[in-house]
Ligand binder design. Structure first.
Ligand SMILES: CCCCCCCCCCCCC[C@H](O)CC(=O)SCCNC(=O)CCNC(=O)[C@H](O)C(C)(C)COP(=O)(O)OP(=O)(O)OC[C@H]1O[C@@H](n2cnc3c(N)ncnc32)[C@H](O)[C@@H]1OP(=O)(O)O
Length: 261
């Protein structure tokens, strides 16, 4: 079986940082095998306590040009009735990784590729990258969370613009509409994402996991439910060693000096 997805740690990686690297030239088209390997990689980095932050990366040329249209073209309505939920739940597994995830995007993030990047907490884009949800040009709609995560990130009007038209947006527009968080020269995308991940990797792991759960979990409910979720998670952290370390450090050394295990 070809290795289409690799989890990379150690070597030149900053401590506590893992890279989930897609490797299916020429466009990292997301076929079924890659999707399953990506799900396995998400499980691996979730379980590995040595991994504190993750970079999602497709390589120097492209992030992902979407689902494998050549594989898709051969699938029937019945196939998709069976598989559509699998695709969406697979990406939700990635979105639920209880650690900071940064998508490092070069070349293209289109269709399922954009949806994959939307599962991350942050997106670093190459200045020459193109983003979009061109499914409408194929007579379909985004089917791996794009109609749900995109409006939550950039608002319904801009999300409808991208989904209704299928147009590509360049990095500058993606930054302006809030789709991406940083735009850098292509050669700096991966180092920038690694540096962001390295900072998170030194933070309090349980508090970072709680922060992600509170923000993401609160998005789906009303304010009351979100506040109750926040209160529960806030209180739970008072039982952690990180909380003791953080507050003791503040008292003894002042703000921002804590070193978390
Ligand atoms: C935790 C577990 C996670 C599990 C992962 C699950 C992920 C979800 C995956 C399924 C998602 C389904 C729902 C999704 O919303 C549906 C889609 O994504 S539909 C596809 C959307 N994408 C597109 O429409 C883009 C299509 N491609 C292009 O527009 C262009 O190729 C390009 C990207 C703009 C590049 O153009 P060029 O530079 O001119 O290059 P070429 O066009 O010549 O392409 C080179 C080569 O690559 C092949 N290719 C490109 N894109 C795809 C693709 N999406 N699928 C298959 N193959 C693709 C192209 O055919 C060429 O091949 P060659 O001719 O050289 O053999």
């Amino acid at each position: 079986m070809a290795e289409l997805v690799r989890v990379e740690t150690g070597g030149t990686h900053p401590a506590g940082v893992a890279t989930i690297r897609l490797d299916r030239p020429p466009m990292n088209a997301l076929n079924t095998e890659l999707q399953e390997q990506l799900r396995a990689a998400a499980d691996d980095v979730s379980r590995d306590r040595a991994v504190r932050a993750i970079v999602l990366y497709g390589g120097e040329k492209v992030f992902a040009a979407g689902a494998d249209v050549k594989e898709f073209a051969g699938q029937s309505h019945e196939d998709m009735l069976r598989d559509a939920g699998r695709l969406s739940s697979a990406l939700s597994a990635l979105a639920a990784v209880p650690k900071p995830v940064i998508a490092a995007v070069t070349g293209y993030a289109l269709g399922g590729g954009c949806e994959l990047a939307l599962t991350a907490d942050f997106r670093v884009s190459a200045d020459n990258a193109k983003w979009g949800q061109p499914e409408i040009l194929l007579g379909i709609i985004p089917g791996a969370g794009g109609t749900q995560r995109l409006p939550r990130l950039i608002g319904p009007a801009k999300a409808k613009d991208l989904i209704y038209t299928g147009r590509f947006v360049d990095a500058d527009e993606a930054l302006a509409i809030g789709l991406v968080d940083a735009v850098v020269p292509a050669a700096e995308v991966y180092p920038t994402a690694l540096a962001m991940a390295a900072k998170f990797a030194t933070g309090p792991a349980l508090a970072l996991a709680a922060a992600k759960a509170a923000v993401d979990g609160g998005l789906d409910g009303d304010l009351g439910n979100g506040l109750r979720l926040e209160s529960h998670l806030f209180a739970s952290l008072f039982a952690t060693e990180d909380r003791a370390v953080g507050m003791r450090s503040f008292i003894e050394h002042g703000p921002g000096k804590a070193v978390f295990g």
